[in-house]
Design a protein around this ligand. Sequence first.
Ligand SMILES: N[C@@H](CCC(=O)N[C@@H](CS)C(=O)NCC(=O)O)C(=O)O
Length: 213
Amino acid sequence: MPITLEALAKPVLVGRSSSVFTRIARIFAIELGVEHSLRVVPDLMAFEAERYGGNPALKLPTLVAPSGTWFGSLTICRELARLSRRTLRLVWPEDLLEPTLANAQELAVQGMTTEVALIMAQEGTHGASGYQQKLRQSLENTLAWLDEHVEEVRQRLPADRDLSYLEVSLFCLVTHLEFREVLPVAGYRGLDEFRCAFAARGSVAATEYRYDT
Ligand SMILES: N[C@@H](CCC(=O)N[C@@H](CS)C(=O)NCC(=O)O)C(=O)O
């Protein structure tokens, strides 16, 4: 996607306020104090990459910045960190050097991916295919694992962190499952406690999931 004048003035996040992956990027942008605008992608069934800010995988979010166009939430968060004037102590997936932490990160992202697949599978079809049922089982297994490990994860992350990609992605996953009514999270005590604690952040209140009009 060409870098527009608008994007030269401040980065443009191409995404949706209802999107789990977009929210990760928005939380990072706010925490890092990077001014940006949101360009809404109205139709997730569109086949043209330009509609997704140029992402050929037809996925969002995409960040259009003076430095170029960045696809995907993790890539975008890294660029936001480079654009920020704040010196936050950030924890990235590659900093997670123990299996519990690294696996929690993997499962948080996999959980979001599976959830998106389930939501997308409802578009234009009726009834659950065998694969959809498998996806649901995968999501339930993933949440059970995360629920069991979330307390340990929080204890083992560096105590002096300002923000970790792991916690932001986990929070976005848990809250999106409820928002889209894919799976009730209330029964997962560990995840519920984590969600309540993380929700105290201003960036959370500023990025509540809602449907763009
Ligand atoms: N790897 C991407 C995944 C992004 C993703 O799956 N986004 C969803 C919206 S939350 C999407 O584009 N869905 C449309 C589709 O799957 O076709 C990232 O980390 O940002």
